[in-house]
Design a protein. Structure first.
Length: 178
């Protein structure tokens, strides 16, 4: 019985001090003379700042599906950091991305980077193994945060599951002892 009480106490403490995970969703769209696109960005806030680490992206660019997020520094020094929409970096005006931007792959094999400076497209020529940059152009970029539901408390959920299992084990034990 002491073990059960200690286990329940430990799970209760874990629940009280647990933090909740929260991923925010942002919609984006952009248009320029050569490129246009739209979609959704999933990102997690970095501390209590206006910066977010981008963990996922979906949508289309010029009719091509976005197939996935590229790793950090995979293309044009990307850092995959998003700034809260309307956040003013160093009083130069609202920005959504820094000069490094976010990079992702398209269904046709192109890699794309969207940054504060514009958009660049890296195309790979399979026959020669060459890489060339298309023009980097300024685009009209709009990013908006989508209202999210309450965060999912993963540690609290696991603690609740654990206490349920312990309670069921205790009930089974009592029936077997009787």
């Amino acid at each position: 019985m002491k073990r059960l009480s200690l286990a329940l106490g430990a799970l209760t403490l874990a629940t009280v001090f647990a933090t909740s995970a929260k991923a925010d969703t942002f919609s984006f769209n952009f248009d320029g003379s050569s490129f246009d696109g739209s979609g959704l960005i999933t990102a997690t806030e970095i501390g209590n700042s206006y910066e977010y680490n981008i963990s996922g992206i979906s949508g289309t660019v010029d009719g091509q599906s976005i197939t996935g997020l590229l790793n950090v520094n995979a293309f044009d020094g990307n850092d995959n950091v998003l700034y809260s929409p309307g956040y003013d970096i160093l009083f130069f005006g609202p920005y959504n991305f820094d000069d490094s931007g976010v990079s992702f792959a398209l269904g046709n094999g192109d890699d794309v980077n969207i940054s504060q400076g514009g958009i660049a497209d890296l195309q790979e020529t399979a026959t020669l193994g060459l890489q060339k940059y298309d023009l980097t152009e300024s685009v009209n970029l709009d990013v908006e945060q989508i209202a999210s539901t309450s965060p999912v408390p993963e540690p609290g959920t696991l603690a609740l599951l654990g206490t349920g299992i312990l309670g069921a084990a205790g009930a089974i034990r009592r029936r077997l002892m009787a």
